[in-house]
Design a protein around this ligand. Structure first.
Ligand code: PMP
Length: 445
């Protein structure tokens, strides 16, 4: 692999040219803002295992894994073979397929709480489906969610995801802040914001809306909130509150399902009513899923009259995604889950050591197979603490550029996600480059 500071000079040409073309036909030149980087995005040529080669021929280690969606890295041979086989048979039908049943049976077997499941095409759709199912089941209009948590693009799910000190309001009663201009006030009024890992405040806020709340939506390791695991006390308090107030407990495991064989929910002594999944369960293809208790899932049952929550999608449960997802997940067996988490433990430990060696006020958070580096002395406990001011944003950008220039692709919050294609070798490189990065950042303090 090429590594060194001269990456950037070499990589400008083809990608810069592609970006100019992209800008003419797409706002900002891209379809996903996540791939933007200054001065232009890098364009991928191919990926294999945990390495990605760009159009300039530069190969890097992929710690982004398409935003945590590739559990085995790129072009896993068993997944590729199964998909090619299915491609020859057709990609989508206005008929049901056995591929859907096989995968539904398999995913339900991984978690006793998944009595039934429905597939959709993205995490956004999965979360939307959970919220609509909660409303349909309870007959109540409101949902509660954690300040700063990302749950996709649904109007209700995205409220307060990008709140700032100027608009987030008091901690006892956080404001419902829109993300997109033009979000209807009615949507904002129907979303109640609670602080992360603050059980007393959260319950106090929920109590005020007890008769109107359909569900509380929780991510156990919310990336934008700082990537700190939800405390047992917080989860217990919110879960018990839903039990006592006839609201549903909905968890967003779009990312965290990778943390445990049956999802991060198995870290806690709870049985969520509904779970939204996505990303890795598609085996590299677009996917989402809603799983949960049969009694609640039955709101989607079209055999009921009336049908209280119609749910459909042209490409939902297409046999390509179902096949790729099943093969990928079968490979991610309990042993693979454990090994990956151990590798991530090692990565976090080595980053802590690098921080100590560089003697810089930084820290690393995370859990399962994910980590995030903060240019803060202590791990943030909630969104307000995780919020990056201009200074920290600059330090993180410096770090990201350093990592990139030395051959590491990260998620733009300076988070990393492991794949089963990685070994100690890639983690050693990560630790090495992180150390030189921390030293570089220190010069700016
Ligand atoms: N929930 C979480 C926790 C996510 O991280 C994401 C995507 N980053 C989503 C939902 C939305 O998933 P998608 O991008 O597939 O719509």
């Amino acid at each position: 692999m090429n590594r060194g500071d001269n990456f950037r000079a070499a990589e400008l040409s083809k990608s810069a040219e592609l970006y100019q073309r992209g800008c003419k036909v797409m706002p900002g030149g891209v379809s996903r803002n996540t791939v933007l980087r200054s001065p232009h995005p890098l364009y991928a040529e191919r990926g294999e295992g945990c390495y990605v080669t760009d159009v300039e021929g530069v190969k890097r280690i992929d710690f982004a894994n398409n935003m945590a969606s590739l559990i085995h890295g790129h072009a896993q041979p068993d997944v590729v073979a199964a998909v090619i086989d299915q491609l020859h048979k057709g990609t989508a039908f206005t008929l049901a397929t056995e591929a859907e049943i096989l995968y539904a049976e398999y995913l339900c077997s991984r978690n006793a709480g998944f009595e039934q499941i429905r597939f959709v095409n993205s995490g956004t759709e999965a979360v939307m489906g959970c919220l609509k199912a909660s409303r349909a089941y309870t007959g109540r209009p409101k949902i509660a969610k954690v300040e700063g948590a990302y749950h996709g693009l649904y109007d209700y799910a995205e409220v307060s995801q990008t709140a700032t000190p100027e608009n987030w309001g008091s901690v006892d009663s956080p404001s419902s802040v829109p993300v997109a201009q033009g979000t209807p006030a009615s949507a904002l009024n129907d979303v109640i914001i609670i602080p992360f890992n603050d059980p007393d405040r959260a319950v106090e806020i929920l109590d005020k809306h007890a008769d109107e709340l359909a569900c509380v939506l929780v991510d156990f390791l919310p990336h934008r909130v700082g990537l700190v695991p939800a405390s047992t006390e917080f989860v217990r308090a919110v879960y018990d509150w839903t039990r006592n107030n006839r609201a549903l407990f909905v968890c967003d495991e779009v990312i965290t399902f990778r943390s445990n064989y049956g999802g991060a929910q198995q870290w806690y002594d709870i049985c969520p009513d509904l779970t939204a999944m996505g990303k890795m369960i598609g085996g590299g293809f677009p996917v989402g899923a809603i799983a949960g208790r049969q009694q609640i899932m039955d709101v989607m049952n079209p055999l009921n009259d009336p049908l209280v929550f119609p749910l459909s999608g042209t490409f939902s449960a297409n046999p390509i995604t179902m096949t790729a997802g099943r093969v990928a997940m079968e490979l991610f067996n309990p042993r693979a889950v454990e090994n990956l988490n151990l590798l991530a433990d090692r990565a976090r430990k080595l980053i802590v050591e690098a921080i100590a060696l560089a003697d810089i006020p930084a820290c690393v958070t995370g859990g399962g197979s994910i980590f995030r580096v903060h240019m803060k002395e202590h791990p943030p406990e909630n969104y307000r603490e995780a919020f990056m001011d201009k200074k920290e944003s600059l330090l993180i950008k410096t770090m990201l550029d350093h990592l990139f220039d030395h051959g590491l692709i990260m998620i733009n919050t300076c988070s990393g996600v492991l794949s089963t294609a990685m070994t100690d070798h890639e983690i050693d490189i990560l630790a090495d480059v992180m150390l030189s990065g921390f030293r570089k950042v220190k010069e700016l303090l």
